[in-house]
Design a binder for this molecule. Structure first.
Ligand SMILES: [Zn+2]
Ligand SMILES: [Zn+2]
Length: 351
């Protein structure tokens, strides 16, 4: 960091400025953990403290850990879905069984995701630690929060993100925003796990606000949030996002256990039909505002199909949803939200 920037920070935000200084291990231990009896802590907390002491620079330590966490969790969750998709046995639970992804599509998707991660997210992640300090979130500090407090905070982040995402996502379907930003994400009418972050960099930045603003908003009211809790939240959120794009709905999928959990079944329909199902984790916003009526009509028709005709009916229904989706997308690209109202969902018919 330049001397001018450092002087500015030391003058106006000394707490943040302290975090940019690189220390040797003795300095780091004294500065970061002077009063803390590390021996009294559990293994994970001691390892956490050792990592920050070893790095000697909290900004770099948090930045590196945040970036690696994101890459490991994202690809660690997305790659198993590619393996599952390559095993024919699992195709019985594929939501759009006739759609198959090509190697070129996988490679293109990987490239776009990696470029966004390295050019857009990496520089921002470097700022994560100073921003956390600014809002009063604990980073290098130990001990961690209790399990009960973590669970309550994560529950709040889930509800906040789902609400934020629902409205931001509906906004992204508005003509100019769709055309210039969200269209890229809809290239996959039958998505794969890897495509969860296959999106325009602006979309990644906008929708990421739902994930990280919840913790910062929380910090405005309470000063008991630890970054480890935020890491657990981000891990769960990434799993949710990747799974929602997996294209598979198993009998043991979470939505069969928690009825208001959206799951892949919900978001896959959004990609297939273009309209309906705008939320991420939960179903209540779409249900309350009627933006899932077409989805429910589709599910009802599938459920009514006789067992020996189910595969045929499913194929016809999926094809119909895709055609309607293409038409809805065309109208948004042509003229914005007024025209899309004309094919407004509910009856499942174009008007
Ligand atoms: Zn969309
Ligand atoms: Zn999606």
């Amino acid at each position: 960091m330049s001397a001018v920037a450092m002087d500015f920070l030391q003058k106006y935000a000394p707490v943040v400025a302290d975090q940019f200084v690189t220390m040797n291990s003795t300095q780091a231990q004294n500065t970061l953990y002077g009063d803390v009896n590390l021996e009294s802590l559990n293994w994970l907390e001691r390892t956490w403290a050792s990592y920050y002491i070893w790095m000697g620079n909290p900004v770099l330590a948090t930045g590196l850990m945040s970036f690696l966490l994101h890459e490991i969790v994202y690809f660690g969750r997305a790659i198993p879905w590619l393996i599952i998709d390559a095993i024919p046995y699992f195709h019985q639970w594929k939501i759009q069984p006739d759609k198959h992804i090509t190697k070129e599509q996988i490679w293109k998707c990987t490239k776009v995701v990696l470029i966004t991660h390295f050019t857009c997210e990496l520089p921002l992640i470097y700022l994560f630690h100073p921003i956390c300090c600014y809002f009063g979130m604990a980073t290098y500090e130990v001990p961690f929060s209790s399990i009960g407090l973590m669970a309550a905070q994560i529950a709040f982040f889930f509800v906040f993100e789902d609400t934020f995402h629902y409205w931001a996502h509906r906004g992204l379907h508005y003509g100019p925003f769709y055309k210039n930003i969200h269209k890229l994400h809809h290239e996959f009418s039958a998505p794969i796990g890897l495509a969860a972050e296959y999106a325009h960099p602006l979309e990644v930045l906008i929708l990421a606000q739902g994930t990280i603003s919840g913790p910062f908003l929380y910090c405005l009211f309470r000063k008991d949030l630890h970054i480890l809790t935020v890491y657990i939240w981000i891990t769960l959120r990434l799993w949710q996002a990747v799974d929602a794009h997996s294209g598979y709905d198993f009998p043991w999928s979470l939505r069969h256990i928690i009825p208001f959990w959206a799951g892949a079944d919900h978001h896959d329909y959004h990609h297939m039909a273009f309209t309906n199902c705008f939320s991420t984790s939960f179903r209540w916003w779409d249900f309350s505002l009627g933006t899932d009526s077409k989805y429910h009509a589709y599910k009802k028709r599938l459920a009514a199909a006789k067992a020996n005709q189910r595969a045929k009916i499913e194929q016809e229904e999926n094809e119909r949803a895709i055609q309607e989706g293409l038409e809805a997308e065309r109208l948004v690209l042509m003229g914005g939200p007024n025209k899309i109202e004309k094919i407004k969902i509910g009856s499942g018919k174009k008007q």
